[in-house]
Design a binder for this molecule. Sequence first.
Ligand code: F6P
Length: 554
Amino acid sequence: MSDSPKLTRRPEWTALEDHRAGPFLHAHLRELFATDPQRAERYTARVGDLHIDYSKHLITDETLALLQELATATDVFGLRDAMFRGERINTPEDRAVLHTALRAPRDAVVEVDGENVVPKVHAVLDRMAGFAEQVRSGKWTGHTGRRIRNVVNIGIGGSDLGPAMAYDALRSFTDRDLTVRFVSNVDGADLHEAVRDLDPAETLFIVASKTFTTIETITNATSARSWLLAGLGGTAQTGDGSAVAKHFVALSTNAEKVADFGIDTANMFEFWDWVGGRYSFDSAIGLSLMIAIGSDRFRELLDGFHLVDEHFRTAPAESNVPLLLGLLGVWYGNFFDAQSHAVLPYSHYLSKFTAYLQQLDMESNGKSVDRDGHPVEWQTGPVVWGTPGTNGQHAYYQLIHQGTKTIPADLLGFVNPVAELGGELASQHDLLMANLFAQGQALAFGKTPEEVRAEGVAEELVAHKTFKGNHPTTTILARELTPSVLGQLIALYEHKVFVQGAIWHIDSFDQWGVELGKVLAKRVEPALTEGADVPGLDSSTSALVATYRTLRKK
Ligand code: F6P
């Protein structure tokens, strides 16, 4: 049990409350910029290839100093060091939290219970690289001797979102002769659409599940096996079971369950319980991505992660970027009552980036009890949302600009389009990025009634056409979207989420909140399939089940 004072009773917290209520907040970003010509320069940071402008935040030097004091008081760096040392900081689950070991260089030493885990990590990476090379070169053939041309990853949550997001992000680095798809939803339509135009003889399924008990994944994998065996000239019952060995591999921590499913554990790529599901994408879970981009590119991605790990581990508080971003999130969430945080990538390739961050952030920090099991009396993780600009501009940006909510936003963009784009399409990039810069500007500085009037707008429309501005944004730029840059970006967000969890004194590494729905779905399913009586079902759910059964086609 912790005997440290409650977060909101700490003097560092109340100092921030006083600061929030103080005079500076009456200063608009327009004034903060006007009175400080160096502001953009002073409030710009660099980590690796990332250029981070945080000048358009509702902060002064004093705000930053007070936030830093809160970080010191809550011992964010103490928890960080314990994480990197391999201590069991995921206390409710009694586990170490060592996704950083997944990208540690070969000669690093990271110990869990006295054992250096780095050699194990690299042994699996080497096996993955060997396997990926065999698939890419055509040496790994299917049951009928044909080369593999299609790879279908079956997994959900952390066993899907990372590789699916990164496959899109790094599409221009992928082997375009391979078809790579991701199936996660237990809705049979997902698997149907993924395989309907594929030849089973040329298809490899990668079943990705840390626990290998997740019902969606096991159900889809079972259906995929039937599809494969039927497609190879049999049925799940009569088909040649040895085909499974050539068309199914598993990524898991649970060898026993993998064997029970019928996948030879020789075809299993392992990881460990100190890798959380939503932090697992650098582990064997990345196999589909490695097949798509090749092992050298995959290692560049890991190096990008590691670069930011090292920055987070060693940079002093004043220049520690994940710490800074975490503190800014706390500033808005706890002192401005901001309920959400928008992540708006100006890159089509990052279409799934925000969805990936949703699990990372919301499954980590969506908590309402603290590390000691006490209810928290402060806001914890925000709702994370967003889609690529410029599409969002024509949909929901209206609410960010003129709505009533405080929505801090991250604007992500790249100076250059991917090398594959040429000619006219490459030249569209300047327009794309002009939109990013314009949005940051409009959100921060808005448009005053005087400016609107000066345009000759009729008085009754002035209020409608005024933009209040003062909306905080972080702009993150990189030269181009490479595997390393993607790794850097993800690690930046991982550590930002860590910082916030540390300050809020919650465990960012368990996810008990997803359990209840799973248990209830298992209880309700027999009512749908067999009309079974489910004891204790409430009247609303009971009536819904009855309607479902009446309308369900036999
Ligand atoms: O949704 C809960 C969860 O446990 C996630 O944390 C995890 O990423 C996902 O399910 C998938 O779990 P598994 O990899 O064990 O199939």
